[in-house]
Design a protein around this ligand. Structure first.
Ligand code: NAP
Length: 314
């Protein structure tokens, strides 16, 4: 067993989207706070110290219950990295949802997140999705101002392609440090894109070409949302990939959850999984994804990939 040596790379975050009650505006209650407390405690026990939010999760209630947890645990804020996102507006007043990266909207959303999270500063702010109408110069000016005011330490993006990141970075002196994308053993287009070049199978891959390599080259940390694939590989009876995950877990003396996360972490981009389960036992099952360097051989990594895709590589 080898201990993880570089905790800056690939170290998981806990994703808070499941905390705060329903996806509606009904107020949260004591049971929602207790649910959040148990999840945060399990994450901390597991060695996770970075927490991922967004202003929209559960209509702001994910941030709000997390703020309650922080207010009850003296010194916790100083021990953790707090990341949130802005840029998506949920449907309201009969209008469909939309993306909004206008400067004043970003600034207002940051103020609201700080109040809900009961903190003075965000460690990381991500722009949740690209807004085709946004002006990158205006975004850059807003981010710079938030940084100068001491409200946000670092910035990143989510669900963005290499050209979109490059366009924004050209206007921004501060470095963009994160790109959060859906990546897992189930959602594999981020890696398939690179090997299906010039094949008919490649035509079906929607991932923006070169984004993984761009992030790697520019020191932009890739974070994987949906990293546990919603538990798709947890049942060894359900699929051949689930069976292989269980076999590898038994052989390595770890959990199936860890094997699924190791598959991402084994890639040289140092992908950091964002763990979204709210069940303490499942969170704790991810312990070896924090404590151990991924123990998958070259061959085992490819075996898992092939089993999950259900077809050999070209
Ligand atoms: N940037 C973005 O656009 C974006 C989008 C979505 C999410 N995110 C972030 O990424 C985090 C993780 O994403 P996610 O929640 O979609 O992905 P996930 O961790 O792959 O899936 C977790 C979900 O799957 C359920 N699940 C069922 N069986 C499971 C099992 N055996 N193991 C694990 N989970 C199981 C969980 O329910 P239980 O809670 O009952 O276990 C939970 O609802 C979110 O919390 C959020 O912070 C970001």
């Amino acid at each position: 067993m080898s201990a993880r040596t570089n905790t800056a790379d690939g170290t998981p975050l806990y994703g808070c989207m499941g905390l705060g009650g329903g996806w509606d505006t009904t107020p949260y209650g004591p049971a929602d706070i207790a649910h959040a407390e148990a999840a945060v405690e399990a994450a901390l026990d597991t060695g996770i110290t970075a927490f991922d939010h967004a202003d929209i999760y559960r209509y702001g209630k994910s941030e709000a219950v997390f703020g309650e947890v922080l207010s009850r645990a003296a010194g916790l804020r100083e021990r953790i990295t707090l990341q949130t996102k802005c840029g998506i507006r949920l449907p309201e007043d009969g209008r469909p949802g939309l993306y909004d990266l206008r400067g004043p909207t970003i600034a207002r959303r940051v103020e609201e997140s700080l109040a809900r999270l009961r903190t003075d500063v965000l460690d990381v702010l991500l722009l949740h999705r690209p807004d085709p109408l946004a002006d990158p110069a205006e975004i850059a000016a807003t981010l710079t101002s938030l940084h100068r005011q001491g409200l946000v330490r670092r910035f990143g993006v989510s669900n963005m392609s290499a050209p979109q990141i490059a366009r924004l970075q050209a206007h921004l002196e501060l470095p963009l440090t994160v790109n959060q994308l859906e990546m897992s053993l189930h959602r594999r287009d981020w890696v398939e894109e690179g090997v299906l070049v010039n094949t008919s199978a490649g035509a079906g891959v929607g991932y923006p070409a070169g984004t993984t390599e761009y992030c790697l080259a520019h020191g932009i940390r890739l974070q994987a949302w949906g990293a546990l694939a919603g538990g798709r590989f947890a049942d060894p009876e359900a699929t051949p990939a689930g069976r292989l995950v269980a076999e590898l877990a038994a052989r390595k003396g770890t959990s199936p959850e860890t094997v699924v996360l190791w598959w991402l972490q084994r890639h040289p981009a140092g992908i950091a999984p964002v763990i979204g389960t709210t069940r303490p036992a499942r969170i704790r099952a991810c312990r070896d994804a924090v404590a151990r360097t991924p123990e998958l051989s070259h061959e085992e990594w490819y075996e898992l990939w092939t089993a999950a895709r259900g077809a050999p590589l070209p």
